[in-house]
Design a protein around this ligand. Structure first.
Ligand code: GTP
Length: 357
């Protein structure tokens, strides 16, 4: 018997805003509180009682199947549909159409960390009788997002691009419920954006798109700043995840990591497997990937240290992304959005913001 609800997770994006970390790993597979980010989302889907999940892959497609296989270790039946050329969010949804058997399809952006009960979104969809339901969240500053106004009955009235003067604080949370036949109407064989083309076109035709609005935890993990915040929120129990049984406190230190007794780990810091943190180092909201090294006296704040990378003694790293196996020399200062490419070696004292010697 066909399942009543199937899920599709879009994971085919290139994740350009998270480069250089996404040069070697697709964004949904980046480690987040000890697990690939996607595992947290798949566990939420499973928790909602949905077991049939399709992953819509493109960029680095093979990585997903190698890691998750048939999905049975997560209690899921996982299948993979790959776009040879990325088809965008709408094209990616259309591309899996032949693999869908349920009448109701839940679609997720693969980079959203959320706390909404997925079942409630499906219930809103079935109760309203809409053809598509969008999960919307209310945010304090909607200017950075497209916003989605609704009427008094909860029906979506427009799908607006970013503006300095948004008419509502409701934004698209990147989770949708589709009646399967609507997916069949998306144009085939060319890139299509679900946000810029599919939803506006359905609204222009007067079709019923409904909203499920709430204030639950929500974060798009697409930028370094959001990735660092989301990771810290998982560690501190601010963002819920079914695979983190309880809040870990101020820091999560994974297996075989070696942290000096007098190092300070706060702000939801994660120290990856086999990573080392030297004496007197201070990590505040740091995400240290597996096998990386933070040497004595270094300070790492709100930054990501890639796989096998090194932060030299006494260095200051703040709001920075350090690529895999890069080496930051002792006493360097990297601040405010700096990105160090993989394998790059910066000599001791080689980058400074201050004029002290
Ligand atoms: P940026 O390049 O940093 O914008 O990241 P991105 O490529 O992931 O794009 P975006 O954050 O807008 O994508 C939202 C979700 O859709 C992510 O989970 C992506 O993996 C996914 N996605 C984006 N483009 C495609 C695509 O062409 N095909 C598929 N299958 N998924 C996509």
């Amino acid at each position: 018997m066909a399942p009543s609800v199937q899920a599709l997770v879009l994971v085919g994006g290139k994740g350009t805003r998270l480069r250089p970390l996404t040069l070697s790993a697709p964004k949904p597979m980046l480690p987040t509180a000890g697990q690939p980010f996607l595992t947290h989302l798949l566990a939420r889907i499973r928790e909602a009682g949905i077991t049939d999940v399709v992953l819509g892959t493109s960029f680095k497609a093979e990585v997903f199947e190698e890691y998750y296989g048939d999905g049975s270790s997560l209690g899921l039946n996982l299948t993979y549909v790959t776009e040879d050329q990325p088809l965008g969010t709408g094209g990616g949804i259309r591309n899996v159409y032949d693999s869908l058997t349920a009448d109701t399809i839940l679609v997720f952006n693969g980079d959203v960390l959320g706390g909404t009960d997925i079942r409630d979104v499906v219930t809103t969809h079935s109760e309203s009788g809409a053809e598509v339901t969008l999960h919307l969240v209310k945010v304090s500053d909607p200017r950075a997002f497209g916003c989605v106004p609704t009427d008094a009955s909860g029906r979506v009235t427009a799908f607006l691009e970013k503006t300095q003067d948004p008419p509502t604080n409701q934004i698209n949370a990147g989770t949708y419920v589709f009646d399967r036949r609507v997916i069949g109407e998306i144009p085939v064989g060319r890139p299509v954006s679900v946000e810029r083309e599919v939803f506006p076109s359905l609204l222009a035709q007067g079709r019923h798109i409904h909203a499920h609005v709430d204030n639950a935890y929500w974060r798009d993990m697409g930028t370094p700043e959001d990735f660092v915040r989301g990771s810290a929120d998982l560690v501190r129990g601010i963002a819920p995840s079914p695979i983190i049984a309880q809040r870990c406190g101020e820091a999560l230190v994974l297996d075989d990591a070696d942290v000096a007794a007098n190092a300070v780990l706060i702000g939801g810091t994660v120290v990856g497997r086999g990573a080392t943190v030297g004496s007197g180092a201070r990590l505040d909201g740091a995400v240290v990937f597996d096998g990386a090294m933070v040497e004595a006296g270094a300070v790492v704040e709100r930054s990501i240290v890639g796989f096998g990378a090194r932060v030299g003694a006494g260095a200051l790293v703040r709001d920075t992304v350090i690529g895999d196996r890069a080496s930051i020399g002792a006493r360097c200062e990297l601040l405010r959005g700096a990105r160090v490419w993989p394998e790059i070696q910066i000599p001791d004292g080689g980058v400074r913001f201050s004029t002290d010697v």
